[in-house]
Design a protein around this ligand. Structure first.
Ligand SMILES: CC(=O)SCCNC(=O)CCNC(=O)[C@H](O)C(C)(C)COP(=O)(O)OP(=O)(O)OC[C@H]1O[C@@H](n2cnc3c(N)ncnc32)[C@H](O)[C@@H]1OP(=O)(O)O
Ligand SMILES: CC(=O)C(=O)O
Ligand SMILES: [Mg+2]
Length: 356
């Protein structure tokens, strides 16, 4: 472990200064595409302005014989395009694969100045982040980059789960963590073949009432513990938690429910694997206008945020002021990027304040 005094020191001579705080940039949806797939690559210019993050995927879902084409495709796309406010991320291959080293060497050297975040799959512990951290510093120095590339870990191994806190705090580069429900299910030997989402067999049943009346069952959230633990680890280290993928592309309703559970628990975004999931993530991870108006109203009524007041029969105090600030600050950050959302938030706020 590095001494706290050295934590923010660059890990290579000439590498950029690490960030002191993870910049909060909207990342409601991390949109995955395979840069070796010509149809998907052709859609990138149209999709880019509609998403917060565009991610060129090099790992799973890219066939082994397309790995090099995907890497080269991403270099070409990143070099040509100007994505404006949309962030560009990549998911490299896992560190034990034959491709991960070349992924980093090629991408940072060729288009490191365009890359915001490198997503690292199958992270087992802080040692994986330390390895990527030092290598990135060397490559950034070599490429003359002026800002550091941040690192995002996927939580998809039992060791990763056991070490999630140390992973979250392993480097000032750590930007966030996503749940990887497919690999995590496989490596935990969970008996679900779904990519995220619930399962009808994971339920609780109503108590018997003494007669033969049917007993209602209630499906439970298979991912609750994992997501909650990930959120705590991220919040404790000032980095951002994300729900990962939802594989049932056609079931946008269940996708929305799963994303909303994650949003309510503290996640800031989720992955979109298909264009239909972009609007779902946008809707879920943008607070509702009524909620934003309420948060702003409470904050206005609370002044300096101390004391206790009653609003519409509900007690408000220092803690609820902070809850409202979370919602209001998120709304402001999203509104700065999204004029439609800004108009909806402002209209709802005006309507609420006019009623007073
Ligand atoms: C467990 C994990 O690791 S999850 C992360 C890894 N997985 C991924 O990244 C998967 C990414 N998504 C995909 O590969 C695809 O969306 C699939 C395989 C799920 C479905 O693909 P298709 O069967 O082609 O879906 P569909 O026919 O509905 O696609 C409609 C159009 O959208 C395009 N499209 C589909 N997904 C995407 C995408 N993610 N980005 C851009 N365009 C896309 C298709 O190429 C197709 O184009 P066309 O109209 O020119 O033919
Ligand atoms: C997200 C991912 O990689 C997984 O679920 O395995
Ligand atoms: Mg995976």
């Amino acid at each position: 472990m590095r001494s706290p005094k050295d934590f923010f020191r660059p890990l290579a001579v000439g590498a950029p200064q690490p960030v002191r705080e993870v910049p909060f940039r909207p990342s409601r949806m991390i949109h995955f595409f395979d840069p070796s797939n010509p149809k998907m690559a052709a859609k990138v210019p149209d999709i880019a302005p509609t998403v917060d993050v565009l991610l060129g995927n090099l790992e799973d879902a890219v066939a082994a014989d397309r790995k090099e084409a995907a890497r080269a495709g991403l270099v070409e796309i990143a070099a040509k395009a100007d994505f404006g406010d949309t962030q560009l991320w990549t998911r490299i291959n896992s560190l034990d694969s034959p491709w991960a080293l070349d992924d980093l060497l090629t991408l940072v050297g060729a288009v490191g100045h365009k890359l915001d975040v490198v997503m690292v799959p199958k992270v087992e512990g802080a040692q994986d982040i330390h390895y990527v951290d030092r290598l990135l510093a060397q490559l950034e120095a070599k490429a003359g980059l002026e800002r550091p590339i941040l690192v995002h870990a996927i939580l998809e191994t039992p060791s990763g789960m056991a070490n999630v806190e140390e992973i979250a705090g392993a480097s000032p580069r750590m930007q966030g963590i996503s749940l990887g429900p497919a690999d995590l299910a496989a490596s935990r030997r969970m008996k679900t073949t779904r990519v995220g989402g619930g399962h009808p067999g994971y339920l609780v049943r109503q108590d018997p009432s003494g007669d033969d009346a049917p007993r209602a069952t209630f499906q439970q959230d298979l991912w609750h513990y994992t997501v909650a633990r990930m959120v705590d680890a991220c919040a404790a280290h000032g980095i951002l938690p994300y729900y990962g993928p939802f594989g049932d592309i056609k079931d946008t309703l269940a996708c929305e429910d799963q994303f909303r559970n994650a949003f309510l628990l503290g996640c800031v975004g989720a992955w979109s694997l298909h264009p239909v999931q972009i609007a779902v993530a946008k809707r879920v991870f943008s607070p509702e206008p009524g909620e934003v108006a309420w948060a702003r109203r409470v904050m206005a009524a609370m002044g300096d945020g101390t004391g206790a007041v009653m609003i519409d029969g509900k007690m408000q105090d220092d803690a609820t002021f902070k809850q409202c600030r979370v919602v209001a600050e998120l709304a402001d950050a999203l509104a700065a990027r999204d004029p439609e959302l800004r108009a909806a938030y402002d209209a709802a706020t005006t309507a609420v304040l006019d009623q007073e």
